[in-house]
Design a protein around this ligand. Structure first.
Ligand SMILES: CC(C)(COP(=O)(O)OP(=O)(O)OC[C@H]1O[C@@H](n2cnc3c(N)ncnc32)[C@H](O)[C@@H]1OP(=O)(O)O)[C@@H](O)C(=O)NCCC(=O)NCCS
Length: 169
């Protein structure tokens, strides 16, 4: 990987307290009407947030819950307007999927949000219904994906002691 590629490398990590400032800034720039500071704070404190960096720059974040009929639910994905179309949302969703193997993962977006619908569809999510009367004339489309279980890791190579024990049997 060259110097420039390295500078723009996409990295996802569990959000930490020090990421709050960047999350607030991203939220304000991307979706000012949504979700208050309390919501972001709770996601951070309860370790329900991932943050994406493009190089050293915070680019977006994801907050999840387990409140959707006790299933995992991606509550919010937000990418800074200047960082879009670099795969940030897709990578955040991927990180979430790695976090909950073997589970059902749900999320939602408004019917008017074509960009997010495309992100979900490209990530293999299917429509699971909709909820009306949340936003006027703009139903909330529910998306679903069954996250496969992790494939069991390969058998550990035998150490000298394990080989000896196996021979004794
Ligand atoms: C929707 C949003 C999260 C997408 O983030 P992103 O990082 O740009 O998405 P990705 O780069 O992972 O996009 C993956 C694919 O989805 C599709 N896509 C994403 N944004 C799109 C747009 N504005 N128009 C059309 N297709 C789009 C494209 O097919 C894209 O792949 P491509 O860039 O190779 O063509 C971002 O636009 C955003 O923060 N919007 C405001 C907040 C929001 O609506 N959040 C979702 C509700 S929870």
């Amino acid at each position: 990987m060259g110097i420039i590629e390295r500078e723009f490398k996409l990295r996802i990590q569990a959000a930490r307290a020090k990421d709050l400032e960047a999350m607030v800034e991203i939220n304000k720039a991307a979706a000012p009407k949504w979700h208050k500071l309390r919501h972001l704070n709770a996601g951070l404190k309860e370790k329900r947030a991932f943050v994406a960096f493009l190089g050293h720059i915070p680019a977006g974040f994801l907050i999840w819950t387990k409140d959707f009929y006790s299933h995992y639910f991606i509550d919010l994905v937000v990418v800074h307007p200047r960082m879009r179309r670099h795969g940030v949302a897709t990578a955040l969703i991927d990180a979430m999927e790695n976090f909950c193997p073997g589970n059902k993962l749900f999320s939602s977006t408004n019917r008017s949000n074509k960009a997010m619908q495309t992100v979900f569809e490209r990530a293999g999510y299917v429509k699971a219904g909709f909820i009306s009367h949340l936003d006027r004339d703009n139903p909330e489309l529910i998306y679903y994906k069954k996250i496969p279980s992790r494939t069991p890791s390969k058998a550990k190579p035998r150490t000298a002691r394990r080989r000896k024990r196996a021979r004794r049997k």
